[in-house]
Design a protein around this ligand. Structure first.
Ligand SMILES: [Zn+2]
Length: 166
């Protein structure tokens, strides 16, 4: 079915203009709505952040940034070229946040974060990591395959880690 509305009607210009004005007026409002809840939103795609799989990055340029997944955090680091001072991930078995350097990463058949189809899991203990790997056809990622390997390698210096990031 074809619609003939608006093709040759002179008034359509006004309609379009009004619609444009309305959209322009709406944009700041939308931006404001997004900024109202920054603590719940991923800094890359604006998706809601599940604290159980959240990633936090501290950088000089942006302060504390939050991400919904490892995937988003890595994409953001690549795109922004920010040099991270600290990257924190959440231990899947305890829910406790830890530095990426202290985490064991397991890639398995279980999806850790559905929206990004992330299959890399975070564990604070080697025992838990190995158990997950054994149970779900996974493997503990070696150094060069670990998430954030390209940033933590050169930026991790004990002096640069802020003691608290609130
Ligand atoms: Zn995201």
């Amino acid at each position: 079915m074809e619609s003939s509305i608006g093709l040759s009607i002179p008034r359509s210009w006004w309609y379009t203009a009004l619609l444009g004005l309305f959209a322009a007026a709406l944009l700041p409002w939308i931006a404001h709505q997004i900024r109202r809840f920054p603590q719940n939103r991923c800094a890359l795609d604006g998706a809601e952040v599940d604290p159980a799989v959240a990633v936090h990055i501290v950088s000089r340029q942006d302060g504390l940034s939050q991400f919904c997944s490892i995937t988003c955090a890595e994409r953001w680091l690549r795109a922004s070229r920010v040099l991270p001072l600290e990257i924190r991930v959440v231990d899947e078995s305890t829910g406790i946040e830890l530095n990426t350097a202290d985490a064991f990463y397991v890639r398995s058949q279980i999806v850790a974060h559905a929206p990004t189809r992330e299959r890399r899991h975070v564990f604070g203990s080697l025992e838990e990591a190995q158990r997950h790997a054994d149970d779900h056809f996974g493997r503990i990622l070696p150094q060069d395959e670990r998430p954030f390997a390209e940033w933590t390698g050169r930026s991790r210096q004990p002096d640069e880690n802020p003691s608290s990031a609130h």
